[in-house]
Write a protein that binds this ligand. Sequence first.
Ligand code: NAD
Length: 356
Amino acid sequence: MDSIITNNYPIHFNNKAYEELNIFVEKNNFSKIIVLTDSNTKLLCLEKFYSKFNKTCDIANISFNSGEKNKNLSTCEDLWTSISDYGLDRSSLIINLGGGVVTDLGGFVASTFMRGIQFINVPTTLLAMVDASIGGKTGIDLNNIKNQIGVINNPSMVIIDSDFLETLPLEEIKSGFSEMIKHSLITGIKYWDSMKLININTFCPGNCFFNSILIKSKIVDNDPFEKGLRKFLNYGHTVGHAIETYCLNTNSRKDLSHGHSIALGMIIEGHLSTVIHNFNKKLNLEINRFILINFEKIIFTDQEIEEIIKLMRFDKKNKNGQINFVLLKTVGEPVFDQKVDVNTIKKSFKFLNEFS
Ligand SMILES: NC(=O)c1ccc[n+]([C@@H]2O[C@H](COP(=O)([O-])OP(=O)(O)OC[C@H]3O[C@@H](n4cnc5c(N)ncnc54)[C@H](O)[C@@H]3O)[C@@H](O)[C@H]2O)c1
């Protein structure tokens, strides 16, 4: 795959990526390097990474417990302390080797340590490859609200090695696939038509994978600070983030992956699109059926729907407390800043509950 050169940093793929990484590290003469992992990527990805990386300076691994629950201030504090103890300075580098939790949190830790040191993202989940590692959004959750604290700051480079997907569980592949589906729905019917042919059980990183990365990076290049176009990437996310947060913090519900939550979010927001923008019901049905082949449907009780809607009020996209959505006029024609009243939102949750 050809490298993608964004306005601010390059995205390199597979073997060529390591060549570029090794040149970059040698040229920059870093004082020290930390490779940040979570407990799973330490076990499953670190050795693979080290085998292709020329260690030309002092390098150490720091790890934290995996999972969204640890994408918080307390983990950051531990990491800031560890990297300070290890003697990182302003000419040091952090390499984030992991999924979106590692790239979000590691990017934030690097961006704030000594007012910012360089970092490189080496995503190891499909979701981080096609989405989280690209675009410069870094951050952590606070008080059960996703990504409430953070900064936009770009990595120096993104290294995509699809071999890391070999150890990734199917559920996590599906999670990344959900963001790929979103990319197709906001981009156009041609891309959706190729997306719907993918069988997730035999997923391999081909054209759709590359297109997804290209779409994300092009959108971000055109609107790095989310004033317009970049908002389209939030399709499915107003509802999805609230569902993810609700499940994460409710004992009676098992945690839902980011992508699974966004998939359910897309069904609900797709229905809102049919109500508010007359989005074609037949096309929406086709999309919903495809989503539910890949993701388990979850039925939420009335009480849970109330709680999830409460959480939506904290969404960063809102203005003056009104819940704000990205909706579809059709595939490839999203619209942002769409206000929707609570009763209509509740009806769309009912639509998901009753969909078969
Ligand atoms: N910054 C952005 O623009 C952006 C965009 C989308 C999502 N996100 C964030 O990304 C996060 C979700 O990312 P994620 O789905 O990658 O979650 P994750 O980082 O928690 O990874 C999912 C699981 O897979 C494990 N894992 C990672 N790589 C593996 C591998 N190669 N083999 C086996 N296991 C592996 C992890 O340890 C974890 O248990 C959320 O916090 C979300 O908010 C950020």
